[in-house]
Design a protein around this ligand. Structure first.
Ligand code: ADE
Length: 418
């Protein structure tokens, strides 16, 4: 079997950690049990480009239980848990191409290795598989029935492709499911980003000025958690509605040019490029800590920082020091790559449970329905989204009310007022 991982002997370590994650993934486990009986993915070859984590291992096992052959590469050079890669190869014969810390060349060679397996379905986190297929491996298109996309950044890329009329097979935007972004993006990113910043720095959040760039679902989660730990949260935004929401959620909102002067911690989660630029680094306080938790390492203009500050070395794992001319120091975490996966372990399993349940069920849906779909970006069907919420509540032992007949009638009527 072809694979490229750090060290197969790490498999034993991976086994325990995957089992631990699995304990918090009841919804995915129930899908796995059904898949094992019904084999809805029989004959499919799934090429996956995801963060190689314990939770992803559970998803790979689920897809394989459903009858698919699966091939996995990393969706970020720094997020691979090498012991998980080893476990998947050793225990499940899944070809994995991912090594933590791989350079850009190896990263893309791993994407190509997965594409060499001629997938019939793609599963992306950031749209790198789909974009490589469309730009360099077009001969694969006829054999692909569709794909899924995990993250906001990837969905934005795919929607741009669909709008330009270049998308060549149907895609399901898993990120847009309520049971994905309302939980994974908000509570998952909120907790894991704080986790990454703390693991990297071991600094106290309480009493600090914590600047959150952006106020989408991920940023809302981070602002909420930083505030909960006693930080004085400042939000920067370009969208007036989101900025207003941040104000009414109790945060100070201001341009990055003002926030740059007062922040102790900075974290970007916007999905756009060069959100913190050299003019902002130049006015930061001595000791400012700067991180990114957006999908790509484009949000911090590190090149610009290098133009105005000297790189003075990695002073601790994940912390790079830059010295401005007057001696002030700026600290960049995890090379500006998404800090929740670079320095921590990504979102906790209980939220990935719902995200990956959406992945598994969307893949099954594509197998059933792809012939009726156009080359567009589709939402996860509402019944799948609702079912995942129901299963999650049930697994948590939470029972909810149902409408009485009278209430149902009332909701459908227009005659009744006060
Ligand atoms: N994205 C964010 N957290 C993740 C995790 N734990 N596993 C896979 N993808 C992720």
């Amino acid at each position: 079997m072809n694979y490229d991982i750090k060290d197969i002997t790490l498999a034993d370590e991976g086994r325990g950690s995957v089992a631990w994650a699995n304990k918090s993934m009841p919804v995915l486990n129930s899908i796995k049990d059904r898949f094992a009986k019904e084999k809805p993915l029989k004959g499919q070859r799934i090429g996956a480009c995801l963060h190689v984590t314990t939770e992803t291992a559970s998803l790979m096992e689920t897809l394989k239980a459903g009858g698919a052959d699966v091939f996995l590469c990393a969706s970020n050079p720094l997020s691979t848990q090498d012991y998980v890669a080893a476990y998947l190869v050793k225990d499940h014969d899944i070809p994995v191409f991912a090594i933590n810390g791989e350079n850009t060349e190896t990263y893309y060679s791993h994407i190509k290795a997965v594409l060499d397996m001629k997938p019939t379905l793609t599963m992306d986190d950031g749209a790198d598989l789909v974009s490589t297929i469309h730009s360099e491996r077009r001969e694969l298109i006829d054999g692909i029935i569709g794909g899924t996309e995990e993250t906001t950044t990837g969905v934005i890329r795919l929607k741009a492709m669909a709008e330009n009329g270049v998308l060549a097979f149907p895609l399901i935007a898993v990120n847009d499911a309520n049971t994905k972004h309302m939980f994974d993006n908000r509570y998952g990113t909120g907790q894991s980003t704080i986790d990454g910043i703390i693991r990297a720095t071991n600094r106290l959040i309480a009493g600090s000025v914590f600047v959150v760039c952006g106020y989408g679902w991920c940023s809302r989660g981070l602002a909420m958690r930083a505030s909960g730990m006693g930080a004085n949260v400042v939000v920067t935004e370009v969208d007036p509605l989101r900025a207003l929401e941040a104000v009414m959620d109790g945060y100070r909102v201001m341009p990055i040019a003002d926030a740059a002067k007062i922040g102790d911690f900075f974290c970007t989660l916007t999905g756009d490029i060069n959100v913190i630029r050299k003019e902002h680094f130049l006015i930061m306080k001595d000791g400012a800590i700067v991180a990114n938790s957006g999908h790509f390492n484009v949000e911090l203009d590190i090149e610009g920082l290098r133009q105005v500050a000297e790189y003075t070395g990695r002073i601790r794992e994940y912390i790079d020091e830059y010295s401005l001319e007057d001696g002030r120091k700026i600290y960049v975490l995890g090379e500006g790559r998404l800090i929740n996966l670079a320095a921590a372990e990504g979102h906790p399993s209980s939220v990935m449970d719902m995200s990956f349940a959406n992945q598994a069920l969307s893949t099954e849906y594509l197998v059933l329905k792809s012939k009726t779909l156009k080359n567009l970006v589709y939402s996860v069907p509402e019944d799948i989204d609702k079912e995942i919420a129901r299963l999650k509540l049930a697994a948590m032992g939470i029972i909810i009310d149902t409408l009485t007949l009278e209430q149902e009638t009332y909701l459908k009527s227009w005659e009744m007022g006060t």
